[in-house]
Design a protein. Structure first.
Length: 219
C-alpha cells in the first residue's frame, strides 16, 4: 500500500496519485535509486558526525492512539546513540501520526502537524487528503526495518529505511473492501527522509522521497 513515508516520490505532485494506490499493488512501479540514506555511510562516518546532546528536550509530545487493527513495527527501535535514538523515536511517532490522521480523515491532525514542517508538512497533508478524498482508510501491520540515521549537524539528519507493507492494506470506509491484498515487489518501499531539530527538541520531517519496489528492500 502506498500510504506513508511514499509521501513524496521526487515531487509533491506525485503524492495525489500515490495515495490512491493500494498496498502492495499500486501503479507506482518505478524503480529508482535503491540506496537508503544513512545505511551505507561507513562504520565511522556517522559516529564522527554525531553531535553531543546539548539542547534540552522540552517538547510535550502528543499522545497518539491507533485502532487495534493498525500496527507499526520498527526495527531497530534504538541504536544506543542518544542522538540517533531521539531521531528514530520521533520518526516512529511521525509514522504513527500519519496513520492516526488517515484513520481520523484529518489532514490537519495536531499530532501530524507536531512532527512536520515546511515541505514535509505540505506533503503529509496532501498524503492524508488523498485518502480522505478517496474515502479510504488503512488496516493491518507495516514493518519498518533497516532503519539507519546519518547525523549531519546538531539540527539536521537523514534517515533511511525499508517498509514491508505486505500485511497492510487500504480499506474502503463505506464497504470495508480491502485494496492491494496481493503481495508483489511493490509491497516493499525504500524511504529517504530529511529531518530538522526544532527549538524544543523535536526532529521534524522536512523532506521525504521513496522508491516502491526497491531491490534493496525485497525479502
Amino acid at each position: 500500500m502506498n500510504r506513508r513515508p511514499t509521501l513524496i516520490a521526487a515531487t509533491l505532485t506525485a503524492v495525489a496519485a500515490l495515495s490512491l494506490s493500494a498496498c502492495g499493488g499500486g501503479d507506482d512501479t518505478s524503480e529508482g535509486n535503491d540506496k537508503i540514506a544513512g545505511a551505507d555511510t561507513g562504520g565511522d562516518s556517522a559516529a564522527s558526525a554525531s553531535p553531543s546532546v546539548s539542547a534540552s528536550d522540552s517538547a510535550k509530545r502528543p499522545t497518539i492512539e491507533l485502532p487495534s487493527d493498525v500496527k507499526d513495527v520498527f526495527t531497530p527501535e534504538k541504536t544506543g546513540n542518544p542522538v540517533e535514538d531521539a531521531i528514530l523515536r520521533d520518526n516512529a511517532e511521525l509514522v504513527r501520526a500519519l496513520d492516526a490522521a488517515i484513520v481520523a480523515q484529518d489532514p490537519h491532525l495536531p499530532a501530524l502537524e507536531f512532527y512536520t514542517e515546511g515541505e514535509g508538512a505540505v506533503a503529509a497533508e496532501k498524503w492524508v487528503q488523498g485518502f480522505k478524498d478517496a474515502g479510504w482508510t488503512i488496516t493491518g501491520t507495516t514493518r519498518y526495518f533497516d532503519r539507519a540515521v546519518k547525523v549531519n549537524s546538531e539540527t539536521s539528519a537523514a534517515i533511511g529505511y525499508c517498509a514491508d507493507e505486505s500485511k497492510a492494506h487500504s480499506k474502503v470506509i463505506k464497504t470495508g473492501e480491502l485494496k492491494g491484498t496481493k503481495v508483489t515487489k511493490d509491497s516493499y518501499v525504500a524511504y529517504n527522509i530529511e529531518v530538522a531539530k526544532n527549538k524544543v527538541g523535536v526532529w521534524e520531517l522536512v523532506e521525504i522521497t521513496s522508491t516502491r519496489g526497491a531491490t534493496g528492500c525485497q525479502p
